[in-house]
Design a protein. Structure first.
Lengths: 291, 520, 354
């Protein structure tokens, strides 16, 4: 195993990291505004299905991706409505979304089991490498938006202290709705990416587990889009190289590293009582004026 | 003079039937400082929340400069030139000063901070309010945070400023600064509404004053036409805080129940809150502790009742060293605690009867160590309900459905039911109406007669003056002095205490001290 | 939504809760019907089949009960955890921990045969406790959010299972999938009659529900749990130890989930296999079971039966109607969403704000 084949392996692995990153960027926005979305798993699955189906019918992968995004956004609105407007428990509401998303995806997708999308092989723009480029730009833009623009400040305030944001005239509900929606759109696109570009075929459970990784990664990257880049590609590299690393550590155990690292991250945040690099203070708390 | 704000016929009732505002007419003239005076619960904050768009009135109308407006959100209020500095700051701790100040503004979309920081520095210069725009809020002192809140308003070119009890968290020096700044602003055309319950501040700073009581306007006067006694009279009506039967004269009992020696403790932020406190409380006396909120009172109560560990020092109760004991052990020594934070004293979802058992649930007769004895709990509850005249449909109603006053009675009843030798009561009458407050103070007086030692910690000077035998003034975590209530007239004591509450001044000279006489 | 004013009612009657839930359920089934219709299935036929599949024959009822048992065990534990405001999302992982322990006992421990079954339950309980202890400790000591830690531990547990069945505990391969060896016959749980319902875990579940109910409402520990769960400050004030209470609660919750895992392994599968086929989402569904029962352990008996019926109904529609099992997840999710929404109407008072 010379270092060149390692490098090639790492490059190849970035394919999985891309949708992981996209979905994580979305969840970062959602959580930064104070809404924990445990339904990402379902949204990704649903987006994967819709993207695949539309692409199959229309032979247009771009349309497929866009509809995947739209589908993801729309289905996330269920969670948004329940947890923001009705102020329901975000954990339960998120789990409901997961069930709906994975359920519907599996349900509607049955007929297409194993069908490939053959005609995409020649499309240049859709090579994974180009997409990596797009995604990195996206991450940078999202980081910029969150930290260097007026709206970004409003979003962060909503997640830290919604009462303060409200008193400043910010519409807390609107911001949270948008962030959850955007989170859903990005998760949907990530799902579509997997079923259209990464593994152009519909196999049940292709996206399985990605949503939970996203939740882990959001924390591991300290809710920062730039660090999410590192985390996403780091983890995808670990996954794909797990076979080669067999000699040192069993692949199954290696695959649990993101989750272990997340716990360790939270542990350090807690033990160091970090004031800045910690979760948005109002995460998981519904907001009502005057409470 | 133009009436820059006019509120007419404001009515507001909260769920549960609490009348917050009843037919209130209120107006503000341009360039004036108008004080809104009333006790806790009189409806001052509610009225201003309505003006600021946080609440909607059930009835009534608002006029700004003669034009009728509807203010349905803070954003609209801000657009109309109204700004509010709340008692509890609405700042985002994990963000910078500049980010907090421009929060919610339609600033430039990209790089909004560049322009903002410059503008903040200009405002800082102009009004002499020193703060670092790039600093994080959690690093600032309370006074500095208030400056940020004020800058927020100035940044938005507000012309009408509402300040809700702004001085309750400030040092005397900061208070002076605030007042001179307010005068400055009115000269520049702003109008200020100043919510307070402190008579001296009203006399010192306001042009006019409106007194609220129980949601109604009692009077609106020019400040120069009244004085503190007059205001106090209007504010609390014809009742006084003196308990019905008060035995004058020195207590016969001399034994110390509580001894505190050289106590040092930190607050939740890790900053020192108690800086070497020593005092004793005897049997059969009410020992009042008074001071501006945030000067260590909370921490003092917590240390004595075992909720907080001191960093240095000793607490001795009835001869036993209790410094390191946990709350349960201390409670078993018959120490009662009526906490500052009402929510700590009772649990809403369990029944009234179960709340009575909160501290002794693990002891008989309430349980046999493992199983709860419902019957015994209920019986004891019924006794206490009767004795303390608690208004509740039954023993099994959820505690949360009781009114605030009744909940406080439950807490009082529970704590006093053990015939405590020491009672630590922190702001026991806060938020209660006159009847409720009087009841509590009367009960405390009865305990005193029985021989209990009572440590009464309160921010309400009148209350402390009304019942205490000795009064200790705390400021900056230190004792400023202990005064014996009976040695001299109310007037002189009031002055002494006022002095001591303003006792920590950097450059103290005769001139400063004279000004301090009018503080608090 | 500023037009609507939503205020929490001070008291909710059981009647309105039941009514609201019923409405939500009916709406949920309404939407489910839409899905069936989209699949071109005759609605009447579909519901007939489902009802038969869940309750129509004694076998059907037994299948429903079989599915309900792990939900019951986990649900009771979770109802306790939720009452103490400890959000244990990690029942899936605790189930797997129990399964791992049971496998070790059955295949590798060398414990004498007659003691195998009790040992499996003992170690399974313990394993669940240990797995639940980690997030408990992290929360008590360093305020680490338990939602995330319990969630993460699910996947870590799954990874460990995968590791074991592909690695050190690898047995014979069947149809290309990895498994451990099958347990010896003495380590198989006895069923009721010809059904697939292990009577041992059924009894354990019912006993657990009753005991937890007694614990919460009749004992001093239960009193502490109720106080701390709603108002930790008051708990501190009363001298209660938050740590001890949460520890107790998670001891029971983790342990019960571990037992559920043992039940599945020793009763159904008789070997360790792919984690998804063991826990089947029971851990997550149990969250809903407990939540739906408003954290009342006796009500959990009912809600676990309901979801047990949904699961066996899912089997039915897969077999008889050709609709994939996933439909059940979707329907469950939709019903859950509607139930969440119905809470707004039962627990809150809505008025128009002028």
């Amino acid at each position: 195993m010379n270092w060149q084949s390692w490098l090639i392996g790492i490059f190849r692995s970035m394919g999985y990291g891309t949708p992981l990153l996209i979905a994580t960027l979305g969840e970062i926005y959602s959580e930064r505004s104070g809404v924990l979305n445990l339904g990402v798993e379902g949204v990704i699955a649903f987006g994967a299905f819709v993207g695949f189906a539309i692409t199959f019918q229309t032979s247009n992968p771009w349309l497929g991706l866009m509809s995947a995004g739209l589908a993801g956004g729309l289905i996330s609105l269920i969670h948004a409505f329940l947890s923001i407007t009705l102020r329901a428990n975000q954990v339960i509401s998120g789990l409901a979304l997961t069930m709906i998303g994975t359920g519907l995806a599996g349900l509607f997708g049955r007929g297409w089991e194993g069908t490939p999308l053959p005609f995409l092989a020649r499309r240049i723009l859709l090579t994974q490498n180009n997409f990596i480029f797009f995604t990195l730009i996206l991450a940078l833009l999202l980081w910029f938006f969150l930290f260097k623009t007026r709206v970004g400040i409003s979003i962060r305030a909503t997640g830290e202290n919604p009462a303060a944001a409200d008193a400043s005239g910010i519409n807390v509900w609107r911001i949270r709705y948008w962030c959850v929606f955007v989170g859903g759109v990005l998760a949907g696109i990530a799902g579509g990416y997997v079923s259209i570009i990464y593994r152009p075929a519909w196999t049940e459970g292709t996206t399985g587990g990605m949503g939970w990784l996203v939740i882990a990664l959001t924390i591991f990257s300290f809710w920062n889009p730039i660090w999410a880049i590192l985390g996403a590609y780091f983890f995808s590299a670990i996954f794909h190289l797990s076979f080669r690393l067999q000699a040192w550590i069993a692949p199954e155990l290696l695959k649990s590293s993101p989750y272990i690292l997340t716990i360790i991250t939270l542990f350090f945040i807690g033990i160091l009582k970090l004031k800045i690099k910690k979760a948005p203070a109002a995460l998981t708390q519904p907001y009502e004026r005057g409470e | 003079m133009t009436k820059v704000v006019k509120m007419k016929g404001i009515n507001k009732i909260f769920p549960g039937g609490v009348i917050a505002s009843s037919g209130i007419d209120f107006d503000v003239e341009e360039g004036e400082i108008h004080a809104l005076l009333g006790e806790n619960g009189a409806g001052k904050t509610t009225l201003m929340n309505i003006l600021f768009g946080l609440l909607q009135p059930d009835e009534g109308s608002i006029f700004l400069k003669g034009k009728q407006v509807k203010i349905s959100s803070p954003r609209e209020a801000i657009n109309l030139g109204i700004g509010m500095v709340h008692q509890h700051f609405k700042l985002v701790e994990a963000m910078t000063v500049a980010e907090n100040i421009i929060l919610g503004l339609p600033e430039p979309f990209l790089f909004p901070l560049r322009k903002a920081i410059k503008k903040i520095e200009e405002l800082s210069e102009k009004y002499d309010l020193k703060v670092n725009p790039q600093g994080m809020i959690w690093q600032l002192s309370v006074g500095e945070q208030q400056i940020v809140e004020i800058l927020k308003i100035l940044y938005r070119q507000a012309e009408i400023l509402i300040l809700d009890e702004p001085t309750s968290v400030l040092t005397p020096e900061e208070i002076n600064q605030l007042f001179s700044f307010l005068k400055n602003m009115t000269e520049k055309g702003c109008s200020i509404i100043f919510i307070t319950h402190k008579l001296r501040e009203v006399m010192r700073i306001s042009d006019r004053v409106t007194i609220l009581r129980k949601g109604k306007v009692i009077a609106t006067l020019h400040t120069q036409n009244t004085n503190e006694e007059g205001l106090a009279q209007m504010m609390i009506g014809n009742n006084t805080f003196l308990p019905a039967e008060r035995l004058q004269g020195k207590s016969e009992r001399e034994r110390n129940v509580l001894e505190v020696e050289g106590l040092y403790a930190n607050n939740d932020r890790g900053l020192p809150a108690l800086n070497g406190i020593s005092f004793e409380v005897r049997e059969g006396e009410i020992f009042g502790v008074v001071g501006v909120a945030g000067n260590g009172q909370t921490e003092l109560a917590e240390v004595i009742t075992g909720l907080r560990k001191p960093t240095k020092g000793k607490v001795v109760i009835a001869g036993k060293i209790t410094t390191k004991l946990n709350p349960r052990a201390i409670a078993s020594l018959r120490i009662a605690h009526i906490p500052e934070d009402r929510r700590m004293g009772g649990v809403s979802s369990i029944t009234v009867a179960e709340n009575f058992a909160l501290k002794q649930f693990h002891l008989s007769p309430f349980s046999n160590g493992l199983l709860m004895r419902k019957g015994a709990i209920r019986d004891s509850a019924q006794c206490l309900i009767k004795e303390f005249e608690i208004d509740t449909p039954g023993t099994d109603t959820p505690f949360g459905t009781l009114s605030g006053g009744n909940r406080q009675r439950v807490i009082l009843a529970r704590e006093l039911s053990t015939n405590p030798r020491l009672i630590v009561a922190v702001n026991p009458t806060a938020g209660l109406d006159i009847r409720g407050a009087e009841y509590i103070l009367n009960r405390l007086e009865r305990e005193r007669q029985r021989g209990a030692a009572i440590l009464l910690i309160s921010g309400d000077l009148d209350e402390i003056m009304g019942v205490s035998d000795r009064i200790m003034v705390i400021c900056g975590g230190k004792i400023m002095g202990i005064v014996n209530r009976n040695t001299t007239t109310d007037q002189e004591i009031g002055l002494m205490i006022g002095l001591m509450m303003g006792g920590v001044m950097k450059n103290e000279n005769a001139q400063d001290r004279k000004e301090n006489l009018y503080l608090n | 939504m500023r037009m609507l004013k939503i205020e929490k009612k001070t008291y909710t009657s059981t009647k309105s809760i039941l009514f609201g839930s019923l409405v939500a359920l009916l709406m949920g089934f309404g939407i489910a019907s839409l899905i069936f219709w989209a699949y071109g299935v005759n609605l009447l036929y579909a519901y007939q089949k489902i009802l038969k599949g869940s309750f129509g024959s004694s076998f059907a009822v037994s299948e429903t009960i079989r599915r309900a048992i792990p939900l019951l065990l986990c649900g009771v534990g979770l109802s306790l955890a939720f009452r103490a405001s400890f959000w244990n999302i990690g029942a899936e992982g605790q189930i797997l921990a129990g399964a791992i322990a049971a496998t070790w006992v059955a295949l590798f421990s060398g414990i004498p045969e007659p003691l195998l079954i009790p040992a499996m339950f003992f170690f399974g309980f313990l394993a669940g406790v240990v797995w639940g202890f980690i997030p408990t400790f992290l929360k008590s000591k360093w305020q680490v959010n338990e939602i995330i830690t319990t969630l993460m531990l699910n996947f870590i547990a799954a990874s460990i299972v995968l590791y074991l069945i592909h690695g050190p505990w690898r047995g014979e391969e069947k149809r290309g999938f990895a498994y451990t060896n099958t347990f010896p016959q003495v380590a198989w749980l006895k069923m009721i009659g010809t059904t697939r319902v292990p009577w041992l875990t059924l009894i354990l579940g019912l006993v657990a529900a009753t005991l937890v109910y007694i614990l919460v409402w009749k004992t001093t520990w239960g009193y502490e749990i109720r106080v701390i769960g709603e108002n930790p400050d008051a708990g501190r004030f009363a001298g209660m130890s938050h740590f001890k209470v949460v520890l107790l609660v998670m001891f029971i919750s983790g342990g019960l989930a571990g037992i559920a895992g043992v039940g599945e392994i020793a009763g159904i599968h008789h070997l360790l296999r792919n984690p998804e086929h063991i826990s089947l989402g029971y851990g997550f569904t149990a969250i809903i079971v407990a939540w739906l029962a408003r954290s009342n352990p006796l009500a959990v008996i009912l809600t676990s039966l309901f979801f047990g019926a949904m699961f066996s109904g899912g089997d039915t529609i897969k077999v008889s109607l050709g609709i994939p099992f996933q439909a059940i997840y979707a329907i469950n999710g939709i019903i859950l969403s509607l139930l969440i929404a119905s809470i707004v109407f039962t627990d809150y008072k809505i008025s128009i704000r002028r």
